[in-house]
Design a protein around this ligand. Structure first.
Ligand SMILES: Nc1ncnc2c1ncn2[C@@H]1O[C@H](COP(=O)(O)OP(=O)(O)OP(=O)(O)O)[C@@H](O)[C@H]1O
Ligand SMILES: Cc1ncc(C[n+]2csc(CCOP(=O)(O)O)c2C)c(N)n1
Ligand SMILES: [Mg+2]
Length: 326
């Protein structure tokens, strides 16, 4: 019997499901395959509708002994908002659904909603509905709607050879915290924050989108997201290992655990920074808006492949990222 792991895990399965439900609808500007779906609701210049959804499952995405209910709720909101930010859009309305074990404490669920609401208030989002049901594992499913003016829409397919690749902040912090916690060690305050209360980058997405090519948020690791941009755009890429921004606490955690911090940045995930491609001349224009960005590589022709360049000019295939089922 073929299992999900035998067909490429999460992403192989999504490709098969996407083929199964293919339909012709010229109002769908972008269906399955980006951070959010994009729908034309009215003729131009009306904004497009954006729709995204993300699920958090107990012991897969959070542990109650690592995070409070408020922190889990806030993270459930931020990871969805991050997908709207990656499209260049503005989040507006949220629907949140809960699966809760029979004897769940009402206090914990209210805490979850306080966290969700806290993040929504910060970003001007209204929670307009949801669903509540019982099941074995606590699960929070959030769907977020937003809008984007057509000219600001940024897709994974918009990278071109010659573009630079850049990220909005240091990577690997959440994965470093998980590695330390799993080993029974205490992460620094910075690392705990990166894992428990990551912040989406809606604060800078509006300044980057007008100048960027492709954009994506880093939820599965830099390696995975570079691959997604390359596949969608039909291009290759070189990522410069030495240029990947790492916080000193991530480097210290790697020394403590005797591992390579780049593995956390490339494959750890849940950083919720943005990765984007941009013409070299436009890089300085983004920086002049006061937005801190970190060049990490460049886009090449597809035939040149997708590589990680290490010091000493050694090249390795760029690793993928977090993939459920593999
Ligand atoms: N079961 C599914 N049915 C239909 N489309 C799906 C399904 N699972 C994922 N997708 C679609 O596949 C694309 C990639 O999904 P993915 O979850 O990897 O993106 P993401 O939300 O940016 O990442 P992450 O979940 O790591 O935050 C999206 O367009 C998403 O809507
Ligand atoms: C207890 C615990 N173990 C591991 C992780 C790390 N983790 C889980 S899912 C995921 C990628 C994104 O998932 P998805 O594609 O489902 O959005 C990552 C990095 C965690 N947060 N909590
Ligand atoms: Mg995403």
């Amino acid at each position: 019997m073929v299992e999900i792991k035998d067909i490429g895990g999460e992403f192989g399965l999504i490709r098969r499901l996407a083929r199964l439900v293919q339909a012709a609808d010229d109002r769908v500007v972008q269906g399955i395959g980006d951070d959010a779906a994009v729908v034309r609701m009215a003729p131009a210049p009306a904004p497009y509708l954006l729709v995204t959804t993300d699920v958090l499952v107990e012991d897969r995405h959070f542990r109650r002994r690592w995070s409070t209910a408020e922190q889990i709720g806030e993270k459930a909101a931020e990871c969805n908002i991050s997908d709207i930010a990656a499209m260049g859009g503005t989040p507006l309305w949220m629907v949140a659904s809960l699966v809760l074990p029979t004897h769940e404490k009402a206090d914990w669920v209210q805490g979850l909603y306080r966290g969700l609401h806290h993040s929504c208030r910060r970003h001007g989002i209204t929670i307009i509905g949801g669903d509540t049901t019982q099941g074995a594992t606590a699960t929070i499913s959030v769907t977020l709607l937003g809008t984007v003016p057509p000219e600001l829409l940024r897709l994974r397919s918009h990278a071109r050879p010659g573009h630079l690749l850049a990220v909005t902040g240091p990577l690997g912090g959440s994965a470093a915290a998980i590695a330390l916690l799993s080993a029974g060690l205490a992460p620094s305050a910075y690392l705990m924050e990166k894992h428990r209360t990551p912040r989406c980058r809606l604060d800078v997405s509006g300044r980057i989108a007008p100048l960027a090519g492709a954009m994506i948020d880093i939820s599965d690791g830099l390696g995975s997201e570079v691959h997604h941009i390359c596949t969608a755009s039909g291009v290759g890429a070189r990522v410069d290992a030495a240029a990947i921004p790492l916080h000193p606490d991530v480097r210290a955690a790697a020394r403590e655990l005797d591992c390579d911090p780049l593995d956390w940045a490339l494959s750890g995930g849940e950083d919720f920074e943005l990765l984007f491609s941009i013409a070299p001349d436009d890089m300085a224009r983004v920086q002049r808006t006061g937005c801190e960005i970190f060049p990490v590589g460049h886009v090449t022709d597809q035939a040149a492949g997708i590589f990680l360049q290490s010091p000493g000019n050694r090249q390795h295939p760029l690793p993928g990222g977090y993939n459920h089922f593999l």
